[in-house]
Each structure stands twice: as C-alpha cells, then as structure tokens.
Design a protein around this ligand. Structure first.
Ligand code: SAM
Length: 248
C-alpha cells in the first residue's frame, strides 16, 4: 500500500537533514507541514520544490481526508513539523492514526529531536528517562508538576521557553536547589550553549547573563542521588519518602 512518511527535520543546523529524509521529500507529491513558510525555507535550501499544505492541530482531522485521497490516488505524501520529529509536542499524531485506519502504511524517517539531542549530552547513566513535554505555563500547575518530577527516579527531560525559564528555575531552586541539571540551549545553532551543575548554579548563570535566557531550550533534570542508592533499607526509604512529602 501507499505510505505516509513522517519525516524528522533539523532542529537547527540544516545539514542534519538525513539522506533518507532528503530522498523522501524530493519525491513527495504532497508535504504536510506545520508552518509552510518554515518548511519552505528548508526545502529551498535543498532545492526541493514540493507541494506544501499546512496541517495543524486545528485542521488535522479535515486535512487527514485530503492526505488519504492523495494516497489513494497513488501520490507520495510526507509529513514534517517546523523542526525535529513530528508528533513530539508537535502536530502529527491524529493524521497518523487516521491514515493508518484508512489502510495505508505510516513509516517514520527518523532523525533529529531536541529530546534525544539534549539527553545525548546530559551524561545520564540510567537506561531510562521520562519525557515531560513543556513545563506548564501556569505557576500553580507548574509547581505541582515540578514537585512530581522531583520524585521521578530517572532523568526528566523538559521543554522550556525563554520567557518562562527564570520563573521555572526560581521554583525549582526552592524545591531542589542542589539537584544536578543540564540546560541545553540553541542545540546545533550559532549560539548553542550547555550549562551543567546544580539548579541553583544554572539559575545564577542565567541571572548574570541575559543572553543565556534566549532561544530554544531543553532541561534534563537528573534524579536525586539518594534515591538511586539500592542498598537503602525499605524502612529508610519509607521514612525518607514521608520526610520528602513534608518538605516545602
Ligand atoms: N518535535 C520537536 C523535536 O522533536 O525536537 C520539538 C517541538 S517543540 C514544539 C519545540 C521545543 O523543542 C522548543 O520549545 C525547545 O524546548 C525544544 N527545541 C527545539 N529545537 C531546539 C534546539 N535547537 N535547541 C534546544 N531546544 C530545542
């Protein structure tokens, strides 16, 4: 059957587009993009002149029918988001489901994702991680989630925006100032920066250098060391969990 290709695109450096992605986008009759202007720039950089349509969360259902019709007519269809891997905090999931339900194959063309890029330089030794998506915008909800993530025993990967990062760091610094974290900023772009250390240290760095607050960012929060010690008795862990609940 015809295939919808879900294609990962660069998160910064345009050279991160894979040969496979280039081949698929080059022969696509129809490319479903998030913002067609953003994808147009990528295609232009590679000399590709594909037909672009905008598929956003709001019109994903109606656009799905158009994609299904195109596949039924034997067309090659690709889906991309503005940057990185589609459907990861980006549109794409509903389209994928509808197309598969209609009997077509959906195949990923794997490539860049800010999640994996940040994790790969975070120095995590655990074999698992928790992807938390965007840190909530509202202060109360954010506080609740930050507390939940405090207890997660594997690295927690979060997306954050420049205009909220200081508020988030301030709330984190109250909850767990000494917890190790990585702030990965502008990965693969001109001003890429990686700040590691305690939450309190990262907060100080951003307070003293406004440039460090700019651009796109990912946080990787390491789990608490004490929670990783396997030789603690069950009773000690129980007492500690009670104490942690009581801490502000
Ligand atoms: N689907 C995308 C992916 O797989 O990378 C993520 C889309 S999400 C809407 C965008 C968020 O990803 C940004 O707000 C930022 O947190 C993170 N991000 C994307 N590109 C980045 C980059 N070059 N450096 C750091 N973070 C990035």
């Amino acid at each position: 059957p015809q295939t919808l290709y879900v294609v990962a695109t660069p998160i910064g450096n345009l050279a991160d587009l894979s040969f496979h992605a280039l081949a698929v986008l080059s022969r696509a009759d129809l490319i479903c993009a998030e913002d067609t202007r953003v994808t147009h720039q990528l295609l232009r950089a590679y000399g590709i002149s594909g037909r672009l349509i905008s598929v956003r969360e709001q019109n994903e259902q109606s656009m799905a029918q158009r994609v299904i019709d195109a596949l039924a007519a034997g067309k090659v269809v690709a889906q991309v988001s503005d940057a990185g891997t589609p459907a990861i905090c980006d549109p794409g999931a509903r389209l994928v489901t509808r197309v598969r339900e209609a009997g077509f194959t959906v195949s990923p063309v794997a490539g860049p994702s800010a999640v994996m890029a940040a994790l790969s330089v975070a120095g995590v030794t655990e074999s698992d991680f928790y992807f938390a998506g965007f840190v909530p915008a509202k202060s109360g909800e954010r506080q609740q989630r930050l507390k939940e993530w405090q207890k997660v025993v594997c690295p927690v990967v979060m997306f954050e925006t420049p205009h909220r990062i200081m508020d988030t760091l301030a709330q984190m610094a109250v909850l767990y100032p000494l917890r190790s974290m990585l702030l990965a900023r502008e990965i693969s772009k001109t001003h890429e920066t990686y700040i590691t250390g305690t939450v309190a240290h990262i907060q100080t760095v951003l307070q003293t250098d406004a440039n460090q607050k700019r651009g796109e960012m990912v946080l990787v929060l390491h789990p608490a060391e004490v929670e990783k010690q396997v030789d603690l008795s069950a009773e000690a862990i129980r007492v500690m969990q009670i104490l942690v609940q009581e801490l502000p």
